[in-house]
Write a protein that binds this ligand. Structure first.
Ligand code: BES
Ligand code: ZN
Ligand code: ZN
Length: 485
């Protein structure tokens, strides 16, 4: 287990394998860098003068065995342009340094970022550093990334550092869940994990098994799960940090532990990453856990629907009509549009428990990646005020998110001739939005924001600041949002 603590020692005195400091793109040294530069006999200014020291965000310049320091190596990481500095850059810069250093096992890595940084910036930096050093190599005998035994941080108070580390731990939990092999991460296994890990922090957990789901008429969710040997689960998490009478914020997550597409089978190339299709559920569980561990003064209800979408002799069929828990009938025209069917019933359970606002998190559509690329969360809503709060939190946290329109014409596309609605639109165009229009049928006019994280939840290729695989995207944004409630 890694240990993390703050120190008040001066830069030159910290005995460590590596010391990480930062430079802006404008090349102006702050107090930390000037102090170091003196200790190093002007080596840093020389490097800067000869354009060897890059201030571009997440670029790294490495000095080995710097004379005059107690550290074995010095990493200078770029922060980008000073006026644009924000949590996103702090996260990426520290993540890049951490990932680079994690290439080898190390005892102690020390970080010293700006002394004038806000608590928020510092927290993002710590998160980046703790997330960047953890890899997707869960099952490699020989790991590629090694967390250091010890991280020492300068310029952040011990208590703030520990709070930031808690958030980072929750992000890493989400990532590990997403990266876990779908061979054993089934709905029942995941439900149990959530009960053990999140339940350990004073969150009430309720698990529905198939009998209960039948009893509760969750016809849409159960249809998706029907051909799988691994039965479905629904998990409700309740965290009470706020006032007794304060209605909760509902976080609703898509937890398809593997999405083969069902009878509308995916081609291999699209199927190979589909263990990531429970990232919405993992993010909900991770966020509720983070809120509980941070003791945020809010009430949160997390509801996640866990199923495996498989083909088989009793698979749900094209043309089949399902009755959702709310009573609405749904014509199935593509079994690969399963996430919205699962969420239809999960949303109904959430709505019944009277939250005052809802957020859905789902790796819902490939179309969202066509629209926005792989790094941006698609945001859709029926309530602009609530949406603005979510967008502002994401902006503060430095996680890219962009709103898509919800014009009523899109909704026409999911009208069905045989049932109330159908589960796909007319053709592929606007697919992220027609999916959201489908979900809108199940939110009962409560203020609702839908986050389509199909792109950002899972990296096919590594970034300089993060290994490939699960990312934990939007967890910091949601914590930022919940803190401001
Ligand atoms: N899980 C997928 C969406 C997805 C695609 C997530 C790529 C992450 C990366 C979802 O269930 C799906 O297959 N959606 C279909 C919907 C279509 C059949 C209407 C899609 O987007 O192609
Ligand atoms: Zn699908
Ligand atoms: Zn899916």
């Amino acid at each position: 287990m890694m240990n993390i603590q703050s120190t008040t020692k001066t830069l030159a005195e910290i005995p460590c394998d590596a010391l990480v400091v930062a430079v802006y793109a404008d090349g102006q040294f702050d107090a930390t860098l000037s102090e170091l530069d003196m200790k190093l006999n002007g080596a840093l200014s020389k490097l800067m003068a000869s354009n060897e020291l890059s201030g571009k965000c997440a670029d790294i310049t490495e000095l080995i065995a710097p004379a005059g320091l107690a550290a074995d190596r010095l990493l200078v990481v770029g922060l980008g342009e000073r006026p644009q500095m924000g949590q996103g850059n702090a996260y990426r810069a520290c993540g890049a340094a951490a990932k680079r250093l994690a290439g080898k096992p190390r005892k102690n890595v020390a970080y010293c970022m700006g002394h004038d940084w806000s608590l928020e910036l510092g927290r993002a930096a710590v998160c980046g550093a703790l997330v960047g050093c953890q890899g997707q190599d869960l099952y490699r005998t020989k790991k590629r990334l090694h967390e250091p035994d010890q991280i020492t941080w300068l310029g952040i108070a011990e208590q703030d550092l520990q709070q930031a580390a808690l958030t980072a731990e929750c992000i890493n939990h989400v990532r590990q869940w997403v990266n876990a092999s779908p061979g054993f991460l089934t709905p029942a296994w995941f439900a149990e994990q959530v009960e053990q890990t999140v339940g350990a922090h004073g969150v009430e957990i309720e698990i529905w098994d198939e009998q209960k789901l039948e009893q509760q008429r969750c016809g849409a969710l159960l249809a998706v799960a029907r051909a799988s040997a691994n039965p479905a689960r629904l998990v409700v998490l309740n965290y009470h940090g706020g006032g007794e009478s304060q209605p909760p914020v509902a976080l609703v997550g898509k937890g398809v532990t593997f999405d083969s597409g069902g009878l509308s089978l995916k081609p291999s190339d699209s199927m190979k990453t589909m263990k990531c299709d429970m990232a919405g559920a993992a993010t909900v569980a991770g966020t509720v856990m983070a809120a509980a561990r941070l003791k945020l003064p809010v009430n949160i209800m997390g509801v996640i629907g866990l199923v495996e979408n498989m083909p088989g002799g009793n698979a749900y069929k094209l043309g089949e009509v399902l009755t959702a828990r709310s009573g609405k009938t749904i014509e199935v025209l593509n079994t690969d549009a399963e996430g919205r069917l699962v969420l239809a019933d999960v949303l109904d359970v959430a709505v019944e428990r009277s939250p005052d606002r809802i957020i859905t998190l789902a790796t819902l559509t490939g179309a969202c990646m066509v629209a926005l690329g792989t790094d941006v969360t698609g945001v859709m809503t029926n309530d602009q005020g609530w949406c603005d709060q979510v967008l502002e939190a994401a902006d503060r946290a430095g996680e890219p998110a962009w709103q898509l329109p919800m014009f009523s014409d899109y909704g026409e596309q999911i009208n069905s001739d045989v049932a109330d609605i159908k589960n796909i639109g007319e053709g592929r165009w606007g697919g992220a939005i027609t999916a959201a229009k489908f979900l809108e049928h199940f939110v009962a006019d409560l203020p609702w924001v839908h986050l389509d994280i199909a792109g950002p939840a899972f990296l096919e290729k590594p970034k300089p600041w993060l290994d490939a695989g699960g990312t934990g995207a939007m967890l910091r944004s949601l914590i930022t949002l919940l803190e401001s409630q």
